[in-house]
Design a protein around this ligand. Structure first.
Ligand code: URA
Length: 210
């Protein structure tokens, strides 16, 4: 999605408002740019604190998210909540979203075309939030946001940089539900993520002092 300078690569930047979050949300709710919308109940926008400069980005809504209209509220989301509280990150204080905002049928992995169709919404979220750090959750988000050639098992816990954007990928919580022996690595990653949040917050308060 991004080139090495951190600029959005492809996708027509069809006019999604990228300076007003509420307008963006309203417009995104009406999106019908790809065929996913016809098969799901609703568009599931990201949610959380748009001023914290850190974003967690998953793959796409599942069944629970599709029903409730909120990201990461199903089993994977509940595990993510547990991990957040273990490292003392308040979910309401970070922003969490997905690559695609409509549930792919049978929870299949979204196609590249579907991700491209949805990219203008994510690009607008990113433009509004101006995150210093993005945490891709799992392989799909890693490949789409950072590099298609990367494997999550090797890339997790490593920093990647594109222009002003810094990425720190970790496992998707749904993967951790299926592979609980991998939780120890996620634990390490989340400690790094917590450190990054502390650094971002310190930076913000020193900017305020200027
Ligand atoms: N998996 C995701 O990638 N996103 C959600 O919102 C829920 C499950």
């Amino acid at each position: 999605m991004f080139n090495e300078q951190g600029k959005v690569k492809q996708v027509s930047m069809i006019n999604y408002p990228d300076d007003n979050y509420e307008e963006l949300k309203m417009k995104a709710q009406k999106c019908e740019r790809c065929h996913l919308r016809a098969k799901c109940r609703q568009v599931v926008m990201g949610e959380g604190n748009t001023r914290r400069k850190i974003m967690f980005i998953g793959e796409g809504p599942g069944g629970d998210e599709d029903r409730q209209g909120r990201p990461f509220v199903g089993r994977a989301g509940q595990l993510l909540n547990k991990i957040f509280s273990a490292v003392n990150i308040k979910r309401e204080n970070i922003y969490i979203s997905n690559i695609v905002k409509c549930r792919p049928p049978d929870n299949r992995v979204p196609t590249w075309d579907e991700m491209d169709a949805c990219a203008p919404i994510l690009a607008a979220e990113i433009k509004i939030i101006e995150p210093k750090v993005i945490v891709p959750l799992g392989s799909t988000a890693l490949k789409y946001l950072v590099d298609d050639n990367l494997a999550i098992t090797r890339a997790r816990g490593q920093w990647y940089n594109k222009g002003k954007l810094y990425f720190l990928p970790t496992f998707h919580p749904a993967y951790l539900l299926r592979n609980s022996n991998m939780k120890k690595y996620a634990w390490r990653d989340f400690k790094l993520i917590k450190k990054a949040i502390k650094r971002i917050d310190a930076l913000k308060s020193s900017e305020k002092d200027l």
